[in-house]
Design a protein. Structure first.
Length: 291
């Protein structure tokens, strides 16, 4: 998954740079981000974007997979950011919390900006995770959580093979897989996923959100096609018991590297993706001082 995650991040680079610029605006004029945490950083694509956008900050990639952290460090070195990007290995959610004999911040330290993309929904207690992230903020610090948005679109409704509307049926497969994943997480707690309300319950103020759009029109280049092929491969693995024989056969054609109607060759494949980022600020009054 490491290469797939990095390629996916690289496809989003234009919007990630715009997102980082908007986060700088949300911090406010004159605000200086001295330390940034990227929680659930993966291979460090956004970590490096944040390091570039906030040149005066130490940017820390936090993840539970050592191989991904090694990839983040290698990426930072390639981009000339090695002196400002560091990594912390932390199993989530345990690594967000302190405990007996440990620092109250789990050893991660505090930060002026915390970014977390599509990580909180992999934790059983989503509200508890947001509470812990908010507690890591310095007074005036900003928490930005990328969750939700719209399902990715990459094919027309009628693709010339099988029954039209395959994309909608694939959405249902993903929803089923997501619900199964959530139910099987340790300590899973159902919650209405009203992210602004959840951030407010975590004690943050000025709660809001914005959405960034990735729009890659047809015909796609090889990198985007390879990314979609990997996405469809994962969907095919999860869809065996959820789609009928015809739809499974259509997926097999889409995945066939030799088929002209496959995702690697068809001229009508595109990539449209919308991701929403929810934000909140830790108020200065009554909060602990910066470490």
């Amino acid at each position: 998954m490491a290469a797939h995650l990095e390629k996916g991040g690289e496809l989003h680079l234009p919007v990630l740079h715009r997102t980082a610029a908007h986060l700088s605006e949300l911090l406010g004029p004159g605000a200086e981000a001295r330390r940034i945490l990227d929680i659930g950083s993966g291979p460090g694509v956004m970590t490096c974007v944040l390091a570039e956008a906030f040149a005066g900050a130490e940017t820390v990639a936090v993840d539970g997979t050592p191989g991904l952290l090694e990839r983040a460090l290698a990426r930072a070195e390639r981009l000339g950011l090695g002196g400002r990007v560091t990594v912390r290995h932390a199993e989530l959610p345990e690594g967000l919390h302190g405990g007996y004999g440990r620092q109250p911040d789990g050893g991660l330290g505090t930060a002026d900006l915390i970014w977390s993309s599509k990580t909180v929904h992999h934790l059983g207690d989503q509200q508890g995770a947001l509470n812990a992230l908010a507690a890591l903020l310095r007074p005036g610090g900003l928490l930005a959580v990328a969750e939700g948005g719209l399902p990715m679109r990459f094919l027309p409704r009628d693709i010339g093979i099988g029954t039209p509307g395959l994309q909608a049926r694939l959405d249902a497969v993903q929803e089923h897989s997501f619900e199964t994943m959530r139910a099987e997480l340790p300590g899973s707690i159902p919650v209405v996923e009203d992210w602004p309300a959840m951030l407010a319950r975590a004690g943050l103020t000025g709660v809001g959100g914005f959405t960034y759009l990735l729009d890659l029109p047809a015909p796609l280049d090889g990198t985007a096609r390879t990314f979609l092929h990997a996405q469809l491969t994962r969907l095919r693995e999860n869809a065996s018991d959820l789609l009928d024989t015809e739809d499974l056969g259509t997926l097999d054609v889409l995945l066939d590297p030799r088929a002209p109607q496959g995702i690697l060759h068809r001229p009508d494949a595109f990539l449209l993706s919308a991701t929403t980022v929810f934000t909140g600020v830790r108020a200065a009054d009554g909060e602990r001082s910066a470490r």
